[in-house]
Ligand binder design. Structure first.
Ligand code: DCT
Ligand code: MG
Length: 366
């Protein structure tokens, strides 16, 4: 009555008859779930993530979020889905996502995913938005003008801003994932830069690396100062310090050749730049670095907000708004009913204010 099935990884699964399949059960919000990097349903979640990416690149954010939420539910399951009946009663699985999952369980692939992957428009959107500084709107405009790849862009004579020029020039480097070792090397150099402009300031690695990922598309840092107000002006000082080191070797680890401004939020509190590190291959390569400065009074909110994952953050804000009547951002938590801000000095306190069990960073990989 039972069938044994060996997966390529060597794990043996006991396949049960339909009647014996117990449905999985998970809470409705990703911020209520513990989700490590271990994913038992990677084939399904990769497929749904690709459809999410396609929707996001086509400015269909609602559809994008629906696919992301469905993928996050499958990521949180304790074992591989083998039968549709196991999904009965699970949250966030809409008709469209269920069709894709069914297709893959029955045929090994989803025709929609395969045709999306092969579509000229999706391929062009991926290549063009892969350029540092190019978003889906710009990419879409270029595609309508007949530009589908980097060579066509170079030949088109389109005017590119400074970030886009650098993005095009260093396209291959920036596309290549950043390793943890590279992230740590960059932490060393940015840490020294921060220390030299503000000795008391502190720097923390956030983003995917804080969640335990071994690679990332960039390196995210959060900087603060123990004395409220002393962080003011830190970002411009840091950026000019980095700029003044143009073409200087720093302990043979890092060379800042170019500082590119991608985004500047209010009061200089966020910056993206591009720096170049030596991979011991005597080649310098471009890496995206995201710097955020936060006053100490907002530090816990900034740390929680910049650790991600993106979906985990979105779900925290949705939970706060829909379930608690609160507004959460990476600056503050506001109680809409009481009409006041709620202070917190640690991530644990924020979860407690939201009535959520604390989830450590390595389990926020929704
Ligand atoms: N973030 C967010 N909403 C966004 C963008 C970012 O909440 N629209 C937060 C969550 C993650 C963090 O900022 C860093 O962003 P990324 O670097 O894009 O994410 P990541 O998880 O670090 O991914 P990667 O490992 O690929 O860099
Ligand atoms: Mg990141």
């Amino acid at each position: 009555r039972h069938k044994l099935q060996q997966t390529p990884g060597g794990t043996v699964h006991l396949l049960m008859n339909d009647s014996e399949v117990t449905p999985f059960s998970v809470p409705g919000y990703a911020c209520q779930r513990r989700c490590t990097l271990e994913n038992h349903n990677a084939v399904l979640t990769d497929a749904l993530s690709l459809l999410a990416e396609n929707a996001e690149l086509s400015d269909e954010d609602g559809r994008g979020v629906a696919f992301r939420r469905a993928a996050a539910v499958l990521k949180a399951l304790p074992s591989a889905v083998t039968n549709m009946s196991q999904l009965t009663g699970l949250p966030c699985l809409g008709g469209h996502s269920l069709r894709v999952i069914k297709d893959i369980l029955e045929n090994g692939t989803s025709s929609e995913v395969e045709s999306t992957k092969e579509s000229e428009r999706f391929k062009a959107l991926k290549v063009l938005t892969g350029i540092f500084g190019v978003g889906s709107k710009t990419a879409d405009r270029w595609i309508r003008e007949g530009i589908h790849n980097l060579q066509q862009l170079r030949d088109s004579g389109q005017t590119l801003n400074r970030a886009q020029q650098a993005g095009l020039e260093h396209y291959d480097d920036i596309k290549q994932p950043v390793s943890l070792a590279e992230a740590e090397a960059i932490r060393g150099i940015v840490g020294r830069a921060v220390a030299s402009v503000s000795p008391e300031a502190q720097i923390v690695l956030t983003g995917g690396f804080r969640r335990g990922k071994l690679t990332g598309h960039d390196v995210d840092f959060l900087i603060t100062h123990p004395e409220e107000g002393s962080e003011v002006g830190l970002m411009p000082k840091l950026v000019s310090w980095l700029e003044s080191r143009v073409s200087c070797h720093l302990q043979n680890v890092l060379l800042i050749c170019d500082v590119i401004f991608l985004l500047m939020f209010a009061l200089f509190c966020r910056f993206s730049l591009c720096c170049f590190i030596d991979k011991q291959t005597r080649r310098w390569r471009a890496v995206r670095v995201d710097l955020v400065v936060s006053p100490i009074s907002q530090f816990a909110f900034a740390l929680l907000g910049w650790t991600g994952s993106k979906l985990f953050e979105r779900e925290l804000r949705r939970w706060a708004g829909h379930e608690k009547g609160m507004s959460l951002s990476s600056h503050a938590l506001y109680d809409n009913k009481q009409g006041r801000y709620i202070r917190a000095s640690s991530e644990e306190e924020i979860f407690a204010h939201l009535g959520l069990e604390f989830i450590p960073p390595n389990e926020r990989n929704a």
